[in-house]
Design a protein around this ligand. Structure first.
Ligand SMILES: *[C@@H]1O[C@H](CO)[C@@H](O)[C@H](O)[C@H]1NC(C)=O
Length: 316
């Protein structure tokens, strides 16, 4: 019995040693679990690398902005629009205001022919998002068109355009929007844009750098497809017009722009409500410029597509 027990112990001892040896041998062997571990470690290393790259990028100073546009350096375009109450007024003003909102550095001077500002125009201006000045002046009774009279008996919009000139010259009168006139030395240009015409957005860039008085063709006016200056060697030598070509300035209201400093330097220059038919533009321009000094725009007045279009039957 005693001997048997000893044998059992011996067998147990041998089996244990064998197990232990086997385990020790296995420890030194590469195991199947290593490749996935290696892959995970490699992924971690890649992520660490990416994180340190991103951190380095964050620490780098931001790149200088690529030549930011300087809208401050652009001369302001003052667009003068006379308007009066009628069925299509709102439609016309919506259309015009949305054209104007495509133009940078623009200031809209909207002048109502009314006794006091109307909610329609005040609301439209407030919603337009434009920089604007709201002015009001009623056309005197003697100059108002009577029922059924054609538009040319009295030129329309004269008092209103002159009101805008007064405001530009610091004589006040604004009932809404920007009330202070342009500060002295402001670079700008003044354009008379009636509310029933169509204006190309390029037109505004043509006029922006006007030094004195600039001119260009106007479409669908005076019974012609186009009316405008005749240009030779870069100078205005005459006008292509069907109506009274001997007027001092046979140009349409939509066909010229005046530099603001020039207008301010000639405080008496304004529109004359007693001017004969077709002479309203001349009544202002003859104070300002010699016809030979007009500055032709729109590629020497050949680019009619970048111009203004007066519709047939204009009332102003
Ligand atoms: C206008 O004409 C003048 C003289 O012919 C020329 O020097 C100038 O380049 C022209 N301007 C444009 C914009 O075509």
């Amino acid at each position: 019995m005693k001997l048997k027990l000893k044998n059992v112990f011996l067998a147990y001892f041998l089996v244990s040693i064998a197990g232990l040896l086997y385990a020790l041998v296995q420890l030194g062997q590469p195991c199947d679990c290593l490749p996935p571990l290696r892959a995970a470690a490699e992924q971690l290393r890649q992520k660490d690398l990416r994180i340190s790259q991103l951190q380095a990028e964050l620490r780098r100073p931001p790149p200088a902005p690529a030549q930011p546009p300087e809208p401050e350096a652009l001369p302001t375009i003052y667009v003068v629009t006379p308007t009066y109450a009628r069925l299509v007024q709102k439609a016309e003003l919506v259309r015009l205001s949305q054209t104007l909102s495509l133009v940078p550095r623009l200031h809209w001077l909207l002048v109502e022919d009314a006794e006091s500002p109307t909610p329609l125009v005040s609301g439209l201006l407030a919603a337009s998002g434009l920089l604007f000045t709201h002015l009001v002046v009623l056309t005197p009774k003697a100059q108002r068109l009577r029922e059924g009279e054609p538009g040319w008996v009295h030129p329309r919009g004269v008092e209103q355009r002159n009101k805008a000139l007064d405001w530009l010259r610091g004589r006040g009168g604004a009932v809404g929007g920007e009330k202070d006139p342009p500060p002295p030395g402001t670079q700008g240009v003044v354009y008379f844009a009636d509310d029933d015409n169509t204006y190309s957005r390029e037109l505004f860039e043509e006029m922006r750098w006007t030094r004195g008085v600039s001119v260009w063709p106007v479409g669908l006016v005076g019974g012609l497809r186009f009316e405008g200056p005749q240009v030779q060697d870069g100078r205005v030598v005459g006008f292509h017009t069907a109506w009274e070509p001997n007027r001092p300035f046979p140009v349409d209201m939509a066909g010229f722009a005046v530099a603001l400093p020039l207008l301010l330097a000639k405080p008496n220059a304004q529109f004359d409500s007693t001017a004969p038919r077709g002479h309203l533009e001349s009544s202002l321009l003859s104070h300002l410029v010699d016809p030979k000094d007009l500055e032709p725009r729109a590629a020497n007045c050949t680019r009619t597509e970048s111009c203004s279009v007066a519709q047939a039957g204009v009332q102003w």
